[in-house]
Design a protein around this ligand. Structure first.
Ligand SMILES: *Cc1c(COP(=O)(O)O)cnc(C)c1O
Length: 424
């Protein structure tokens, strides 16, 4: 399958006159269609709710679009909780799935009425101290350990992950929480990241449903939700297959009917905390070619760098690249596409076959709508880019301005650093 950008060269030329590159641009139409489909795929479950993983794309304008489809916010830090509050997602619209949590953040979440999802058994005491008493509705994160393998070879290693409680701990935790007044219980688990298979959620659902049945039987606790968390992936590579969200929803439905319904647990709500699946394909990083270099390899230098998109540098992740306006030209050149950081891993692509590139060409880096802008940093004094929304009517809205040098120097404000710099 070929990957097509959701914008054309002509559109980008027009947009770049107002908003200089680099920038991330998001496709409202795609976001809406996808959110609608997810909702449909789980509509068999009365209490179904997606808590968008805010860390993936912490932009209030985008989160507000998802809110129209009933999404809440999955947060894991103080500022993410504040962002949820800012868009009006409070009370049970907040899922606080944090780890290594500072106690003040438990209190802040509880004050907002959010649901606390405990990463560790020792946090029971921390929440009790911070909030005075345990909230009546709470959740625990489960880590089954070992290695998870699926038929397409995708594998992850929960036994090596810092998250969640062991089976023994989760039984102990539920017992303790029940003693301390918790009335509604949830279970959460996140085993594999970026899965491109319809098997992952149904497999995870089975595992959690069986655990829930056992917890209910042994401890007589009322489990009211099961949170399948994130992990549904997207095809970053053109030869990968897109997940079928309807097949995934049906797979979870089948497990629900086989395990929970016969156990008298047909009031359990299914929650998800998707990030990547909600937004990654509907964002792209647009950058302009500003240099070429011919040494031992052929280099194309662009005006974006790893600060704008860290995944290739950090994980060697593949992001597909389209040279706008050259969609139909043969890919008969081999390039490294680089940013300007003083770091040799600052490359968006290595030995990538692309059409012949000229200075001034616009490059569209695909699938940056989640874990893209948000992972940004300021190394080499580089500034974070703007974020734009391509609206359904074709117009463009600035949803976050680009950083300026003043922003970069603002944390020195007690020294009037920036004011002196520009007045001299
Ligand atoms: C990162 C994260 C998610 C979202 O993961 P995706 O891979 O983007 O779906 C959900 N829940 C928790 C607790 C996370 O840390």
């Amino acid at each position: 399958m070929s990957k097509k950008p959701f914008v054309t060269k002509e559109q980008i030329e027009t947009i770049a006159r107002t908003y200089p590159t680099p920038f991330h641009i998001y496709d409202e139409q795609g976001i809406r269609q996808n959110a609608e489909n997810l909702k449909k795929a789980f509509s068999w479950n009365k209490g179904y709710k997606e808590y968008f993983a805010v860390k993936a794309t912490p932009n209030p304008f985008l989160i507000n679009i998802l809110r129209e489809y009933g999404c809440g916010c999955d947060c894991s830090s103080l500022t993410e909780l504040m962002l949820a509050k800012a868009v009006g997602a409070v009370g049970e619209d907040i899922m606080f799935s944090s780890n290594d949590t500072p106690v003040e953040e438990f209190k802040y979440c509880n004050d907002l009425g959010g649901i606390i999802n405990l990463d560790d058994i020792t946090h029971i005491e921390a929440v009790e101290k911070a909030c005075g008493r345990l909230p009546e509705k709470m959740s625990c994160r489960y880590n089954p350990g070992g290695v998870i393998k699926m038929s397409n070879g995708i594998m992850d290693n929960p036994g090596d992950a810092k998250y969640g409680m062991t089976k023994k701990q989760i039984f102990k935790a539920f017992e303790l929480m029940k003693e301390k007044g918790v009335k509604e219980f949830g279970i959460h688990s996140f085993l594999c990241s970026n899965t491109v298979t319809n098997e992952y959620y149904p497999m995870l659902a089975r595992l959690l449903f069986e655990l829930a049945r056992e917890l209910k039987k042994k401890l007589d606790v009322h489990i009211t939700f099961i949170n399948l968390s994130g992990g549904i992936g997207i095809p970053y590579k053109p030869d990968e297959k897109t997940n079928d969200i309807f097949a995934i929803g049906e797979g979870v439905h089948k497990a629900y009917d086989e395990i929970l319904v016969p156990a008298g647990m047909d009031d359990v709500s299914i929650f998800t905390e998707l990030g990547r699946y909600m937004l990654a394909p509907y964002g792209g990083l647009v950058t302009k070619v500003i240099n070429e270099k011919h040494t031992y390899k052929e280099y194309i230098g662009v005006d974006a760098c790893a600060v704008n998109l860290m995944r290739p540098a950090m994980y060697g992740a593949y992001h597909h690249i389209t040279v706008l306006g050259k969609e139909n030209e043969p890919c008969d050149c081999i390039y490294d596409v680089t940013g300007s950081l003083c770091e040799n891993n600052d490359k968006f692509a290595i030995d990538r076959k692309l059409p012949e590139i000229q200075i001034g060409d616009y490059i569209f880096i695909h699938d940056t709508g989640a874990h893209g802008f948000s992972m940004g940093y300021n190394y080499n004094g580089k500034l974070k880019s703007a974020e734009l929304l391509l609206k359904t009517d074709g117009s463009v809205k600035l949803i976050r301005r680009a950083e300026t040098p003043k922003d970069y120097f603002s944390t020195f404000d007690c020294f009037d650093f920036y004011d002196k710099l520009i007045s001299e």
